[in-house]
Design a binder for this molecule. Structure first.
Ligand code: AP5
Ligand code: MG
Length: 214
């Protein structure tokens, strides 16, 4: 099954992708994670993406489209994947559609996760991520057992550089201007499923699980 998780920063795309991938046995393809890994390794791509990401702007379409086209060719994507954070612009959505059509395949469902902006700011300001394995926590909503230490690998927890209030506001503006219109695009493609992204992480997961079926 080829899925897209669509939603603003902090909607829970990464959190829910983890559960979906575990249930369906397919990989999570997160453009944000791929770009952050490139920044950590200081590759050309990472250096190119850094300024955009720290400012809360989108990395240019041609760069991100190329990354996803390459990633989807890998064998672990043959049985399906969860796209987390892609597409985010009309150009990206059209490029994805064309690439898939050229391979006689398509997106089966787009799950749009809706959360009010104020709650998103609270979620992102309190997010902590593991510097080693990338696991995500929240200081109040989903705390690690020991403060500052990852439950999964004992790595140290840190704040993402773009999780400052100013950059979060910019990321939200970018979402409303450039990504939210994709909701209508996918409605027109008859693949959109909208869910309420508020409540406990487990509540949101039950809503998604209902869409995925048994
Ligand atoms: P990316 O990494 O994709 O960031 P984002 O879209 O801003 O989304 P986040 O990862 O911040 O949020 P999320 O929805 O995954 O929420 P999470 O599950 O972590 O992109 C980063 C940057 O890379 C972009 O700004 C851009 O520069 C660049 N980029 C990436 N893709 C691109 C593209 N396609 N085109 C161009 N540029 C691109 O949850 C957040 C927090 O809330 C966590 O602490 C979690 O524990 C908590 N939480 C989650 N669910 C709940 C709940 N139900 N209740 C309480 N807390 C919850
Ligand atoms: Mg994420």
């Amino acid at each position: 099954m080829n899925l897209i998780l669509l939603g603003p920063p902090g909607a829970g795309k990464g959190t829910q992708a983890h559960w979906i991938c575990e249930k369906l046995g397919i990989p999570q393809v997160s453009t944000g994670d791929i770009l952050r890994a490139a920044r950590k390794d200081q590759t050309e791509l990472g250096k190119q993406a850094e300024t955009y990401m720290v400012a809360g702007k989108l990395v240019p379409d041609e760069v991100v489209i190329g990354i996803v086209q390459e990633r989807l060719k890998e064998t672990d994507c043959l049985e399906g994947y969860v796209l987390d954070g892609f597409p985010r612009t009309a150009n990206q959505a059209l490029a994805l559609k064309e690439t898939l059509a050229a391979n006689n395949t398509q997106i089966n469902a787009v799950i749009s996760i809706n959360v009010p902006d104020d709650l998103l700011v609270t979620r992102l300001c309190g997010r902590r991520v593991c510097s080693q394995c990338g696991a995500s926590f929240h200081i109040s909503f989903s705390p690690s057992k020991t403060e500052g230490v990852c439950d999964q690998c004992s790595g140290s927890l840190m704040q993402r550089k773009d999780d400052t209030e100013e950059t979060i506001r910019e990321r939200l503006n970018v979402y409303h201007e450039q990504t939210k219109p994709l909701i209508n695009f996918y409605k027109g493609e008859n693949v959109l499923q909208s869910i309420d992204g508020t409540g406990e992480i487990s509540d949101v997961w039950s809503r998604i699980n209902n869409i995925l079926g048994k």
